[in-house]
Design a protein around this ligand. Structure first.
Ligand code: NAG
Ligand code: NAG
Ligand code: NAG
Length: 473
């Protein structure tokens, strides 16, 4: 096999064996348009720094004789970029087209003729019909963040005109060419590097992508890019890892993201698709950390409830409890027995969690007597919402079912405990879960980014957040 074919094969393997992203981010034409506005402001600022060197010389002018001249203090007084567009170029990046741009330069002139006549004044020079079309390539930098570079740029200077103030007519013909060519030279040399500099000014912003964002004391979420951005004719797609990890030593869950792609959307600037994998990786981390557990005692049950967590209430269903442990409080420990799983169906986000409920009688000296252990299967409906640059949520109970795992209080019919457990889930467990869910976790974001006009949709296998963005400061 030739080296070339071998390299091609390696590249092919590298490209296809890449992991699927847990999160897909799409920048739409509307997003690029917002980027264009920010980019233009940067370019305009940079073009104002074009420097034109002073010039001087000696010439022999017909009928006048030897003339010494000097042109100095040339400076940009205005830069106009009235027309520009950005177009994604599939496979390459983004092409910016700037046309009809104009610049105004002011400067001073001075001449000496035959060492006796001295004259000086100012001039205006305008450049119009300036056009350029720099192309931006977007790649992943070493840290999994996007980075842009200007891959080609050609500036085309339309026409220039000079207006001299305070000079005799013959001066005009002497200077016009000289000033013109000096300005054209300076521009040819400086425009593209300045535009490249302005455009690479977004890199410090891109470096603020939260590739590892802390969620809480147990977990962080990783948003590094898993492959280079994909540019299509209407959008730019970024594939991010979107995986929760325990803080410290990362461990991969026994499941992988399933490939998914966002449907065509144009309304918002940005779409973020968050797959079931991302949520499941969170479940994996929290379940393994052992934090999906809760001790429930009678003082957590509202005063108004007739059902109490004591041996009298439980004893009315399981007589042995009343007989062996009269007049004691009961404590229940609810915890997950495996990683909860999230399922996304259109307009339906459901979490299934399997766990155990262990009940204990609490003696006055605080020792615990185990009563029974139940297997608990629950299904909850989840609603997510965007709060700041975080995704938060809340759940409500759909259904639960109980089976007996073991009993220290004889055989009993588990379904008798359904209503107590339903009450415990509704008034204690779910509200506590919701307190945690409402804290939310960070979405991928850049610097001081604000999300506005946010919409959330649940689709098959993922959730999609459509949003506009605003950068402040
Ligand atoms: C629940 O109680 C047990 C002992 O009674 C304790 O070991 C455990 O840490 C408690 N769990 C929580 C979440 O408070
Ligand atoms: C949502 O989907 C689950 C299955 O994942 C199903 O059991 C439940 O009935 C659905 N809920 C609604 C409101 O359609
Ligand atoms: C606590 O009280 C129970 C019941 O009264 C008793 O069986 C147990 O031995 C006591 N435990 C301790 C450590 O005192």
């Amino acid at each position: 096999m030739s080296l070339c074919r071998c390299l091609f094969l390696l590249a092919f393997i590298a490209a296809t064996s890449g992991v699927n992203p847990g999160v897909n981010v799409r920048l739409t034409a509307k997003g690029l348009e917002y980027g264009r506005q920010l980019g233009m402001a940067g370019i305009q600022q940079k073009l104002r720094t074009i420097k034109i060197p002073d010039m001087s010389g000696k010439d022999r002018v017909r009928f006048i004789g030897k003339v010494k001249w000097r042109v100095s203090n040339m400076r940009m007084v205005s830069v106009g970029l009235p027309k520009s567009a950005v177009t994604p170029v599939p496979g390459t990046g983004i092409r910016m087209s700037i046309s009809n741009a104009y610049l105004r330069v002011q400067g001073n002139w001075r001449v000496k003729v035959l060492r006796i006549i001295r004259k000086s004044g100012s001039f205006d020079l305008s450049v119009s019909g300036l056009s350029m079309s720099p192309t931006l390539a977007i790649k992943s930098d070493g840290t999994g963040r996007p980075a842009v570079s200007t891959v080609n740029c050609a500036a085309n200077i339309g026409s220039t005109s000079v207006k001299l103030r305070g000079g005799p007519r013959w001066l005009f013909s002497l200077f016009k060419k000289k000033i013109n060519s000096a300005v054209q030279r300076a521009m040819q040399k400086q425009i593209c590097p300045l535009v490249a500099k302005a455009l690479s000014g977004v890199n410090p912003q891109l470096k603020t992508l939260n590739v590892v964002a802390k969620v809480d004391k147990h977990a962080e979420i990783e948003y590094s890019m898993v492959s280079s951005p994909t540019v299509s004719t209407s959008s730019i797609d970024l594939s991010l890892k979107g995986e929760f990890y325990n803080i410290g030593k990362h461990q991969e869950p026994p499941f992988r993201p399933v490939a998914f792609s966002l449907p065509p959307q144009t309304k918002n600037m940005m779409y973020v698709g968050m797959s079931a994998f991302t949520f499941n990786s969170a479940g994996f981390v929290y379940h393994r950390a052992g934090v999906l557990s809760l001790n429930i005692t009678d003082d957590m049950i509202p005063r108004s409830s007739p059902v109490r967590l004591n041996t009298r209430t439980l004893g009315s269903f399981i007589p042995e409890i009343a007989r062996r442990f009269p007049g004691l409080l009961v404590k229940m420990t609810v915890k997950t027995s495996k990683t909860p799983t999230v399922t996304f169906l259109p307009n339906n986000m459901t979490v299934e969690a399997a766990g155990t409920v262990s009940a204990f009688a609490v003696h006055s000296n605080n020792t615990l007597s185990p009563l029974f252990v139940l297997n608990l299967d629950t299904s909850v409906s989840a609603k997510m919402f965007v709060s700041g640059v975080k995704l938060a949520g809340s759940v409500t109970l759909n259904r639960m079912s109980l089976t007996l795992q073991r009993s220290n209080v004889g055989e009993f019919q588990v379904t008798l405990l359904n209503s107590i457990l339903q009450m415990v889930l509704r008034v204690v467990v779910i509200p506590q879960v919701n307190v945690q869910l409402q804290k939310g976790y960070p979405l991928p974001s850049l610097g001081k980014m604000r999300l506005v006009n946010t919409e959330l949709q649940v689709l098959k296998d993922y959730m999609m957040i459509g949003t506009d963005v605003q950068f402040t400061g």
